[in-house]
Write a protein that binds this ligand. Structure first.
Ligand code: DON
Length: 325
């Protein structure tokens, strides 16, 4: 970092003014007050609707974070569907693209994240919706016991977060486990159609999926994960290779086309950046080769994305020339 700074070669140029511009966009987005906290998982319904936080980490390892209210900046939340790109990445690293995509497609579904539907080849449409993430969870070391599988996933989160461990929100895990009929229905549906890997047990797969949704982090650590993806799989803080470049290419491609529920097409059109949202109100935005950003704002719009996160994204590409096209 120091040598790049001395050489005047930091991606964001001068970091102070860059950070200030990003904070201005954050404050602008905070004026958006629409949306509702997700209520279908009782534990999530307890979130503070007005909480708002942003974290950022450049590929040079320069960091920013800000919260709107006291305590927001360091508030912990569970990642929910933001686990989906990570479990997909892990499955790719373990089995390779060809094998993984015999089990899961790579086409947007155009339907809601928990729709009971499969593609023509009887696979879940993509790894960014519930069915697809249950499938990628089934592919993560299915013959190992639960604790070692979950440890394995958490170790990946830790390295992608720059060495800082992510905790586990047991209350949300338990709350969601008691309200998981739809997810079980998806798993049974896939098994009925012969799509489940033979060695994977349905119940342990579901437990791993739900545990991963309840991994807890904050905007600072999540921004480092996004920055790892922005930096070709190398965490910018530790300079450790967490994912292969090919893996990151696949993950970002599907985040761009499928990461924002059935709003993904609109988001790709207007914002043009790979992103992934989760029903807890969190969101990860990746600007390849520049910066990883993480947001937390529990109020969700009609398609289930954090309203302020979407507004922030729109403003971001108005201020910086980062739309991929
Ligand atoms: O399985 C569920 O319904 C939640 N654990 C995850 C939902 C979520 O964030 C949807 N995202 N695409």
């Amino acid at each position: 970092l120091v040598s790049r700074a001395v050489a005047g070669a930091l991606v964001t140029g001068e970091f102070g003014p860059f950070r200030q511009r990003v904070y201005d966009l954050f404050h602008y987005a905070s004026q958006e007050t629409g949306g509702q906290v997700a209520a279908y998982i009782p534990e999530l319904a307890k979130a503070d609707p007005d909480a708002f936080a942003l974290g950022g980490c450049t590929i040079d390892g320069q960091r920013l974070s800000i919260g709107l209210n006291e305590g927001d900046e360091t508030r912990e939340f569970c990642v929910q569907s933001v686990m989906k790109p990570i479990n997909y990445a892990i499955a790719l690293e373990l089995l390779g693209e060809e094998v993984v995509h015999t089990y899961v497609g790579r086409e947007p579904s155009g339907q809601s994240f928990n729709e009971i539907t499969l593609d023509r080849l009887r696979r879940p449409h993509n790894p960014m919706i519930n069915a697809g993430a249950i499938m990628t969870s089934a592919l993560i070391r299915p013959t190992h016991d639960m604790n070692s599988r979950f440890d394995f996933v958490q170790r990946v989160w830790r390295s992608a977060s720059g060495g800082e461990a992510s905790s586990f929100d047991r209350a949300t895990f338990e709350s969601e486990s008691h309200h998981a009929d739809r997810n079980y229905a998806l798993a049974y549906f896939m098994r009925e159609h012969g799509g489940f890997p033979e060695e994977a047990d349905l119940f342990t797969t579901m437990e791993l999926y739900l545990r991963c949704c309840s991994i807890q982090t904050d905007v600072r650590r999540l921004a480092a994960v996004a920055a790892t993806l922005a930096n070709g799989g190398v965490n910018p803080v530790t300079e450790r290779q967490v994912f292969q470049r090919e893996t990151v290419k696949d993950v970002l491609s599907l985040m761009l086309s499928c990461g924002m529920y059935d709003f993904s097409g609109e988001y790709a059109f207007t914002v043009g950046l790979p992103a992934k949202s989760g029903v807890s109100g969190t969101m990860m935005i990746v600007v390849p080769g520049v910066v990883g950003l993480a947001l937390y704002s529990p109020r969700l719009g009609a398609q289930g994305n954090p309203e302020r996160g979407v507004e922030f994204s729109r403003q971001l590409v108005r201020s910086f020339p980062w739309h991929v096209y």
